[in-house]
Design a protein around this ligand. Structure first.
Ligand code: AMP
Length: 211
């Protein structure tokens, strides 16, 4: 089978990262995620681009979008190298969606739907194991081992104030992107409120039916 080209949309905290990791494994495609790429390059010097701030991290820690010029270049390069992909965290505004149209066709566009208060709860309770990269939640999914629990950290942008700002930025910039794919008749809605396993069953079935 030709490997599918999948776009996964959804608000911060909707579970895009979790589901994308499963998609990448099950369908043998590349997980292309702008959030992880930018976190790995938070201190990159972008001061010569004449933007407001000199590094991606300064935008990220405020909950703002990193400028398109930086993000488009990351995605363009990653997609050119991928044989099938799940794209997670991009496009986040209409300009990026237009760029993506020029870069590639898509086989499936998934949209994970989760209500706002649940998003805030998921994000502010999210914790990361810096040694393994595993993601936990203080309430939904705490680690069993005390040694793991004691080394967990919170992502810099998961405090409540920044989370609210990220959701505002999402509503303003990214919801129009969701509408764009809706109008094109290609948006596959998936209820994202269940457990990761429940959501995965729907995600997997939707990809299998659409690709
Ligand atoms: P995420 O891990 O997807 O929640 O992304 C974390 C942060 O990285 C966002 O709040 C933005 O500051 C930045 N970021 C990730 N993807 C993009 C994108 N496509 N466009 C602009 N900024 C992005």
């Amino acid at each position: 089978m030709v490997r599918p080209r999948i776009l996964i949309l959804g608000a911060p905290g909707a579970g895009k990262g979790t589901q994308s990791a499963r998609i990448a494994e099950a369908f043998d495609v590349e997980h292309v995620t702008t959030g992880d790429a930018l976190r790995a390059n938070k201190e990159m010097d972008i001061s010569d681009l004449g933007l407001e701030y000199g590094t991606p991290g300064e935008y990220m820690d405020r909950g703002e979008l990193v400028p398109d010029a930086v993000v488009n270049a990351i995605v363009d390069r990653a997609l050119a190298e991928a044989d099938g992909f799940v794209l997670d965290g991009y496009p986040r505004n209409e300009e990026q969606a237009e760029e993506l149209d020029d870069m590639t066709d898509l086989d499936v566009v998934l949209y994970l739907e989760v209500g706002e208060e649940e998003l805030v709860h998921r994000l502010t309770g999210r914790r990361l194991d810096p040694e393994t990269g595993d993601i936990y939640h203080v309430e939904y999914n705490p680690p069993e081992e005390p040694a793991v629990e004691s080394r967990l950290i919170q992502r810099d942008d998961d405090d409540e104030e920044t989370v609210r700002e990220r959701l505002r930025v999402y509503r303003e910039n990214t919801e129009p992107v969701v509408e764009r794919y809706e109008q094109q008749g290609v948006l596959e809605r998936v209820d994202g409120e269940g457990s990761p396993e429940e959501v995965w069953e729907d995600v997997k079935a939707t990809i299998e039916a659409a690709s």
